[in-house]
Design a protein around this ligand. Structure first.
Ligand code: FE2
Length: 433
């Protein structure tokens, strides 16, 4: 009896010692990363997937005469391949950017380390291409910014291997101060030069100014060029790509999404091309969450949800990732506000570590469709094991480590007999076009 009571007390201790008792560390200061190389040396190097078997290498030089050329190969210091791209620059009020180079290289072999040099100057970098078959691991974090917490998140991401980084918007938090884009580029270079960083944009990336820069995203589009042309999109603000059995859709929360918009039509044409045998998983990223029980940014994604949710539901998208709210929240499978076994799981992961701090207040009691809420900085991992199963884990930033605070197995909707059947019977995509 005594042993039973001891075990019971221990069990009660364990189940009550959840995230509510976690002592959350406070804000940490913003940090600025300076340029210490020569004017012709590359800085802010980052890479992104650019169509099948290709990678785009992006970097900036102060010296405008540096060629947009990348030398690369599979042996350190010996480059038997070379590719030429182009460069651009932009002005924003009194600021003029450095020369921004984008060079597409390939075809590349899967699961292979390539060594590369940018513009013929400076240090050697290296990256590893994604594998050709499962398993595949994504790291995911939004709303990064550039504080000591951002450094912490990035260090935790880099501490364990992964294949591709997904960022659902709000990168630098430059907020009109253009040198902060440069500082952010230097901060992320050690990570973004070694694994592809696939990003979509957030409200902090817009930097629109009436009459002079009404469209916004001037710095974002120039610096963080994504494979939009490769995916039939006419703008860097929404695109898609395939990587090892997954089709990833990057949507723009701050560009038109109504039924007669270009983005809506592009999404239709993109989804109709998805081959669920080749890519059994579909993931979508937006910045503003469509489901959110935090008190911050409540309802801001509602118009976009109403316009596009049906399309993602009919296409059997597996997960929708969002940022914007500076916290972590995981929902069940949902369609139109209700639990639905054939709808996507919704996850808010806007907890990268920006200077605005955490969104600490969640609605009480939690809605039944929300399964986990926590206002802590952190990042997530999505390990796609095979065509039917993936493991999702959320890693909270502690002072020195990043323990798993939430984890669950996901099953692809393409492997669900019930959902697959309704997919083949659904009106989408044939009758909607
Ligand atoms: Fe945001």
């Amino acid at each position: 009896m005594k042993m039973f009571l001891q075990n019971l007390l221990f069990f009660l201790f364990i189940i009550t010692k959840g995230s509510t008792e976690y002592t959350r560390p406070g804000l940490r200061p913003s940090v600025s990363w300076q340029h210490h190389r020569s004017d012709s040396d590359p800085q802010q190097v980052h890479i992104s997937l650019a169509g099948e078997e290709h990678m785009r290498i992006s970097w900036i030089t102060k010296d405008r005469k540096v060629e947009s050329v990348v030398d690369y190969g599979k042996t350190a210091g010996a480059y038997n391949e070379s590719a030429v791209g182009g460069s651009t620059s932009y002005r924003y009020f009194l600021y003029t950017s450095g020369e921004i180079h984008h060079v597409k290289i390939g075809p590349l072999e899967p699961s292979t380390i390539y060594y590369y040099r940018c513009g013929g100057y400076g240090p050697e970098f290296s990256f590893r291409t994604p594998p050709s078959a499962f398993p595949l691991e994504f790291a995911v974090a939004g709303d990064l910014g550039q504080t000591e917490w951002t450094e912490s998140t990035l260090a935790h991401i880099g501490a364990r291997d992964y294949d591709v980084f997904l960022l659902p918007g709000d990168l630098s938090y430059a907020d009109f101060l253009q040198p902060l884009w440069d500082s952010f580029g230097r901060l992320v270079e050690p990570y973004a030069s070694t694994r592809p960083w696939m990003v979509t944009q957030g409200n902090h990336d817009k930097e629109a100014f009436p009459i002079i820069y009404p469209q916004g995203f001037r710095a974002y589009n120039a610096r963080w060029r994504m494979p939009y042309q490769e995916s039939g999109s006419t703008t860097n603000l929404y695109y898609s790509f395939d990587v090892v059995g997954t089709h990833i859709i990057m949507l723009g929360s701050y560009t038109d999404y109504d039924v007669d918009s270009d983005q809506y039509k592009w999404l239709q044409s993109d989804l109709i091309k998805v081959d669920r045998v080749k890519t059994p998983w579909i993931f979508a990223l937006v910045h503003t969450p469509w489901y959110n029980s935090n008190r911050a940014h409540r309802g801001e994604g509602e118009k976009m949800r109403k316009s596009m949710e049906r399309m993602l539901y009919d296409a059997r998208v597996d997960v929708v990732f969002a940022g914007h709210v500076h916290a972590y929240e995981r929902f069940t499978r949902i369609y139109d506000g209700k639990a639905d076994e054939c709808g996507p799981i919704h996850v808010t992961i806007g907890d990268g570590g920006n200077r605005e701090g955490l969104a600490t207040s969640f609605k009480k009691p939690s809605p039944s469709i929300s399964l986990y809420q926590e206002p802590s900085f952190g990042h997530a991992r999505l390990r796609v094991v095979n065509s039917s199963h993936a493991y999702w884990s959320w890693h909270r930033n502690n002072e020195t480590d990043s323990p798993v605070a939430d984890g669950t197995w996901l099953r692809s909707l393409s492997s669900s007999a019930a959902c697959n059947q309704t997919l083949s019977q659904s009106k989408f995509p044939k009758d909607e076009l």
